[in-house]
Design a protein around this ligand. Structure first.
Ligand code: CUA
Length: 320
């Protein structure tokens, strides 16, 4: 009989999550036994009409109070620490993670690999690599859910969210949208396909590899006229973008912001929001002119001209 209660444990985090889940479940079962066992026993022992000894018993009350307060406190604080530890792991992508972009829209998932490969409602990944998804939404709130990996993340319009995992099992697993997002919400699913690193490399090559995301971003950078100001030789003084990604940026007014994906995105859409110290805001807003796809490509391009991106290092390693 093949009727699994749980989806397979296909990521490293899945196992940690399940251990915690089973620990919580067993502990709850234990508490039920400790509370309900004696309760049922006394129910019969002291039933009305039964001949039982009902005289008050002298008990060390303080002792009992302290014991049943301190023991659960220690146990449940321990569970909190355990849970926080797993949460910490899930929420912090390792810096060496390979990045894949995912855009949710009614009602599909559009996936773009840095190498330029695109797919819809499917996500091919190599096994055993840390993979970071950068999630964006074109319209409403969606939620990217991989039950076999025990991870889920809201995909919110107007901002980037991330999710990371390390697949440890080959095969095809379900992928869902788990936030009600309109008529065809229930159909907004697909599969994640975990392959061996070799098979993944082959898959990348046979997918008619056109320009990479960063290269497409460079084209957009010129088409939208960004290069008119953001290149050193121009007369208009705009902050240079080389080496920007991953660096702290001093802003007018003394604040310092980290140039991550979200910062770059905001700077394109809302240029007046964070003005770099020493500059004036001469840039028009691109809100409403760029799709999430194009934004991700521009961000990929700006990341590619910085030295700190993991993708570039990975690409360089491959060339060696
Ligand atoms: Cu997208 Cu539900």
């Amino acid at each position: 009989m093949n009727f699994p209660i749980f989806p397979p444990e296909a990521s490293k985090v899945a196992q940690q999550t399940d251990y915690l889940y089973w620990a919580l479940l067993s502990l709850s079962a234990l508490v039920i036994i400790v509370v309900f066992g004696p309760m049922i026993f006394f129910l019969f022992k002291y039933r009305r009409g039964k001949k039982a000894d009902r005289r008050p018993v002298d008990m060390p009350e303080t002792m009992i109070e302290v014991t049943w307060t301190v023991i659960p406190l220690v146990i449940f604080t321990g569970l909190f620490a355990w849970g926080a530890n797993v949460y910490w792991t899930i929420q912090r992508p390792p810096p060496d993670a390979m990045e894949i972009n995912v855009v949710g829209k009614q009602w599909m998932w559009k996936v773009e690999h840095p190498e330029g490969n695109r797919e819809i409602d499917e996500l091919h990944v190599p096994m055993g690599r840390n993979i970071k998804l950068i999630l964006a939404s074109q319209d409403v709130i969606h939620s990217f859910f991989l039950p076999a990996f025990r991870i889920k993340q809201d995909v919110v319009p107007g901002r980037y969210t991330t999710l990371w995992f390390n697949a440890k099992r080959l095969g095809t697993f379900h992928l869902f949208c788990s936030e009600y997002c309109g008529t065809h919400h229930s159909a907004m699913g697909g599969s994640i396909i975990v392959m061996t690193p070799d098979a993944y490399q082959k898959w990348l090559m046979q997918g008619a590899p056109g320009p990479t995301m960063a290269q497409q971003g460079e084209t957009l950078f010129r088409e939208y006229g960004c290069s008119g100001c953001h290149v050193n030789s121009t007369i208009v003084r705009a902050p240079p973008l080389e080496g920007l990604y991953g660096r702290p940026v001093p802003l007018q007014g003394g604040e310092i912001k980290m140039a991550d994906e979200a910062y770059i995105r905001d700077s394109i859409l809302l240029p007046a929001k964070d003005i770099v110290a020493g500059y004036t805001n001469d840039m028009p807003s691109f809100q409403g002119h760029l799709s999430e796809d194009d934004l991700l490509k521009l961000v990929a391009y700006i990341k590619s001209i910085s030295d700190t991106t993991p993708q570039k290092e990975a690409a360089e390693e491959k060339e060696k």
